[in-house]
Design a binder for this molecule. Structure first.
Ligand code: ARG
Length: 459
């Protein structure tokens, strides 16, 4: 039996396989609320422009609310034969209100309809991601504040480099997640143009008011080119790019938490609520949430690549290929939100182990740069020579099996005779971090200033 929506020229219905490959209702039912909002705005505009009667528009708008409540309550019977959410909703509307339902699709196509619905959905996800990032930043700020002057090793090449503060390390992630937030906001501003009214591809001969539907749906303006409006999926790609970068940041932090919670580091203790045990090894407490967050970038960036490949080489305007956009974005969005929430919970609950952090900070010759700087500042030595002298002192300490502060003054002077006792002041890790007062440096004062700035920004 031919399709009720478009079967006029068809003698037969689709093969079962055709129906299976074509139908999107299995996943695009998630666009129901957006679809109904778009249709309600469209119907109101059609009536305001005298294209359909006020009575019909009224019936359509109310009927759509009935359909929405059926979908929300779970009583709606989705049909694969009706392909997608757009036709499922319209067909049910016809059952609910009768003949006026057939007037809703005037001056509209599923092509501008789906682009509008999907944009509305992605826009909501951006808002959710920004909220999730704000919550994560809030718990990072609390961690940073608590340990603004706790000293830990800073690493390059994952080798001890210079002491930094715990607060400074937390604030590094605040900067990253802050940029993620602003990236999402930029993408939102750019995508906020309404495709509705582009119709199939060329616009319409009906005297529609695209400014009215754009405004009703919270868009800044209608999209200016109908061909572009129906075939553009940049907005979804931009969302996936922002999500990928954010997931990449999450994965870096997650990896650090995996390392830091190991018995070898013991920098942090993750709460029981965000850890799991082993079915065989009774002592185990595993950082599974961190590991899964670390892994999420795989599917999120995968979605970005997959949609980029779907869009590559597509001729204008609409093609069914673009129906493949949704599952990628749905999956990426779901997993990003989950990862953000899990990271927030884990960071909120975790305990930084101050003694372990400070012991590690003092090992590995972490204040060698401070020593070299002292030679430059106090003895007027060129930095290259100071670097060399310090290197010799590190070698001596290594040979003696101690760290730099444990060398005696005589040991020091055996390498360079002018070294004086006040050199020991700069070898302590607390002095080291306190001296890094340059803007953006690790000194507790600088860290506290950045925490205050972020608290103000978020308030
Ligand atoms: N389910 C379709 C999609 O997601 C809706 C648009 C269908 N348009 C069409 N001309 N067949 O892209």
């Amino acid at each position: 039996q031919a399709n009720a929506m478009w079967g006029g020229r068809f003698a037969a219905g689709p093969d079962a396989i055709m129906e299976a490959i074509n139908a999107s209702i299995g996943f695009d039912k998630r666009l129901a609320a957006q679809d109904i909002a778009g249709s309600r705005a469209h119907a109101a505009m059609l009536a305001a422009q005298g294209i359909i009667s006020d009575t019909d528009a009224q019936a359509i708008r109310e009927g759509l609310l009935t359909v929405l409540s059926e979908i929300e309550s779970g009583s709606f019977a989705f049909s694969t034969a009706l392909e997608d959410i757009h036709m499922n909703v319209e067909a049910r509307l016809k059952e609910v209100i009768g003949e006026p339902a057939g007037r809703l699709h005037t001056a509209r196509s599923r092509n501008d309809q789906v682009a509008t619905d999907f944009k509305l959905w992605v826009r909501d996800q951006i808002d959710a991601a920004v909220q999730g990032l704000q919550a994560l930043i809030a718990v990072l700020l609390d961690q940073a504040e608590q340990g603004a002057d706790w000293v830990m090793p800073g690493f390059t090449h994952l080798q001890t480099a210079q002491p930094v503060t715990w607060g400074h390390h937390m604030m590094a992630y605040v900067e990253m997640f802050g940029r993620d937030m602003s990236r999402f906001a930029d993408a939102r501003a750019r995508m906020n143009e309404c495709p509705l009214g582009a119709a199939a591809l060329a616009g319409t001969s009906f005297p529609i008011d695209r400014d009215a539907t754009a405004a009703a749906l919270g868009f800044d303006r209608p999209a200016a080119n109908s061909l572009d409006a129906v075939s553009d999926r940049d907005f979804a790609l931009e969302f996936l790019s922002c999500a990928s970068i954010c997931a990449m940041h999450l994965s870096r932090f997650a990896e650090e938490l995996v390392i830091w919670s190991s018995a070898q580091f013991r920098f942090v203790t993750l709460s029981d609520r965000f850890s799991t045990g082993s079915s065989i090894m009774p002592q185990k407490k595993n950082p599974d949430a961190a590991e899964l967050i670390r892994a999420k970038i795989g599917r999120i960036f995968g979605a970005n690549v997959a949609l980029m490949m779907v869009m590559k080489g597509l001729p204008l305007a609409y093609a069914k290929d673009t129906q493949e956009d949704k599952e990628q974005v749905f999956d990426a969005a779901d997993n990003l939100m989950l990862a953000l929430a899990a990271m927030e919970g884990m960071v909120k609950d975790m305990t930084a182990n101050r003694p372990a952090l400070e012991a590690a900070a003092a090992s590995g010759f972490s204040t060698a740069t401070d020593l070299a700087d002292w030679l430059v500042r106090v003895l007027g030595m060129p930095f290259r020579q100071a670097h060399h002298v310090t290197g010799a002192l590190v070698a001596l300490a290594e040979q003696k099996g101690c760290d730099l502060p444990e060398l005696s003054l005589e040991d020091m002077q055996s390498v360079h005779s002018e070294i004086r006792a006040d050199v020991f002041d700069v070898l302590g890790v607390h002095n080291s971090v306190a001296s890094r007062l340059s803007y953006g440096g690790t000194a507790p004062e600088q860290v506290r200033a950045q925490i205050a700035r972020w608290r103000e920004t978020l308030a």
